[in-house]
Design a protein around this ligand. Structure first.
Ligand SMILES: Nc1ncnc2c1ncn2[C@@H]1O[C@H](COP(=O)(O)O)[C@@H](OP(=O)(O)O)[C@H]1O
Ligand SMILES: [Mg+2]
Length: 396
């Protein structure tokens, strides 16, 4: 639900920080709410926008040689590394004039180990070229060229363990790698933790339609794509167009009170979330709309503007959630008026290091539906536990 205009935007990444702070007639919108994280959000928008451009360029000409398998078999692309290098480089660069310079810490998904091997050297070359092309095309950073070592160093700045104290940037350079490789949805997700709490978050969603992807969205004639969501504690959530061409708007979660009308979203990949369990939760709630299945934290962005009313995520046994998969997305939801919690109804705890420590599953919805959704989740989990192995609880 888009309900309030905030500021003008045209070229988010290209403007110097001083202009980003202004609310005057410059190219870039002020986040403009008097938030104490205004500067952090402005820098994060700049970093995420630049990284998203690199990802867009790679996705356009995705070549099979640009993917390689990680030890855990998930696909990793040149863009994953390039995105992390760029975000890290922008944050570090801005932090040099920032009071937090000495405490710079980033918890990020990738590390450079594979790139430091002989096999990784061609890929490192390509990443360095892409990073430099992206910086040059932006034009606002002056004549700067990163060496391969600079790129490796920037990537490895993401190795912080995080934890309960101090400030930590939390980055997923490409969330939804599978969607990215498939040519579908993905997000560049950057959050900021302060003493274990998420205080700011920016989600770049280059392929997300500006129009709703909810049950009624198909009627829109607006087929343009590319959204960026920005949130900080106490300041709400705004949606910007990725190219900055339209006015940034404040967004709010849906205020649907009857779960019968509440569309829900979930992972596209069945391997990431138990779709028989979520189907049963939907059945208990009386939801009739089919699930909206998309990759990445784009789900959080879409929900923050009301496309879906519920987000359900129930990984298969043994999976441990990482903080970068939810930090930015969770504040985008909570600042848009929603709630994010686990199957016990507890808020997510980002203070435990690189992993989330939670009671099975992640759920988001509005405050009207929290109790009903939580009750349905707990019922469905109990039913699932009573079902003999091999049978689906949704058939009960
Ligand atoms: N077996 C599994 N169960 C749950 N989540 C998984 C998973 N394997 C990978 N993931 C996580 O799911 C994320 C994508 O979320 P979604 O399913 O919402 O698109 C992945 O992010 P990356 O693509 O950044 O690795 C990864 O962290
Ligand atoms: Mg991820």
């Amino acid at each position: 639900m888009v309900n309030e205009k905030l500021g003008q935007g045209s070229n988010l990444a290209a403007a110097p920080k001083s202009e980003m702070r202004s609310s005057g007639q410059g190219d870039v919108p002020s986040f403009g709410t008097g938030s104490s994280y205004e500067d952090d959000v402005a820098v994060a928008i700049r970093a995420v926008t630049l990284a998203s451009r690199l990802c867009q360029a790679v996705q356009r000409k995705l070549l099979s040689k640009e993917t390689q398998a990680k030890a855990d078999k998930s696909p990793v692309t040149v863009a994953d590394y390039g995105s992390q290098a760029l975000v890290s480089w922008v944050l570090q660069r801005e932090s040099l004039v920032d009071r937090a310079a000495l405490r710079f810490s980033m918890v990020a998904e990738e590390d450079s180990e594979d790139l430091r091997t002989e096999d990784g050297s061609a890929m490192l070359e390509r990443i360095t070229q892409l990073v430099n092309e992206t910086i040059a095309a932006d034009g606002s950073f002056g004549p700067v060229t990163l060496s391969k070592d600079d790129v490796l160093t920037a990537i490895d700045r993401g190795s912080s363990p995080g934890g309960p104290d101090g400030r930590h940037w939390v980055l997923d350079p490409i969330d939804g790698t599978r969607g990215f490789v498939r040519g579908d949805q993905y997000a560049v997700a950057l959050g900021l933790l302060e003493n274990g709490k998420v205080v700011a978050g920016v989600l770049g969603c280059p392929n997300l339609p500006l129009a709703s992807i909810g049950p009624n969205g198909a009627v829109s004639s607006d087929k343009s794509t590319g959204c960026l969501f920005a949130a900080s504690k106490g300041a709400g959530t705004t949606m910007h167009t990725m190219d900055g061409s339209l006015t940034a708007q404040k967004v709010h979660v849906s205020d649907v009170c009857d779960s019968k009308w509440a569309a829900f979203c979930e992972s596209y990949e069945a391997a990431h979330s138990k779709q028989d369990l979520t189907a049963n939760i939907a059945r208990i709630l009386g939801v009739s709309a089919p699930p909206i299945r998309i990759d990445s934290q784009c789900k959080y962005g879409a929900m923050a503007r009301g496309d879906a009313v519920i987000y359900l995520r129930f990984p298969h046994a043994g999976y441990r959630e990482k903080i970068w998969d939810h930090a930015a997305g969770s504040i985008v939801i909570t600042e848009a008026g929603g709630e994010v919690f686990d199957a016990a109804g507890k808020a997510l705890d980002f203070s435990k290091g690189r992993f989330l420590d939670l009671e099975h599953g992640i759920v988001a919805t509005n405050s009207h539906l929290k109790d009903a959704v939580l009750a349905a989740v707990q019922t469905a989990i109990k039913e699932e536990q009573n079902v003999p192995k091999g049978e689906s609880s949704s058939h009960l």
